[in-house]
Design a protein around this ligand. Structure first.
Ligand SMILES: [Cu+2]
Length: 66
């Protein structure tokens, strides 16, 4: 599992947007957003670069690995 730090997620809507964006990627089984921690945990074998890109395309900033 890969966990990324993501800034800019402030509410349930943001969490849902990021979850959907990441889960739309091939080879992602599940994405779990922890709003309080500002983290997204991704299950599956998707490429980290693709995951980061999907989150940034959705309008949020990936600041690193958690
Ligand atoms: Cu929001």
């Amino acid at each position: 599992m890969l966990t990324l730090k993501v800034s800019g997620m402030t509410c349930g809507h943001c969490a849902q947007t990021v979850t959907k964006a990441v889960e739309a990627l091939p080879k992602v089984e599940r994405a779990l957003v922890d709003l309080k921690a500002g983290e997204v945990a991704v299950e599956g074998s998707a490429d980290e670069t693709a995951i980061r890109q999907a989150i940034e395309d959705a309008g949020y900033e990936v600041t690193g690995q958690a």
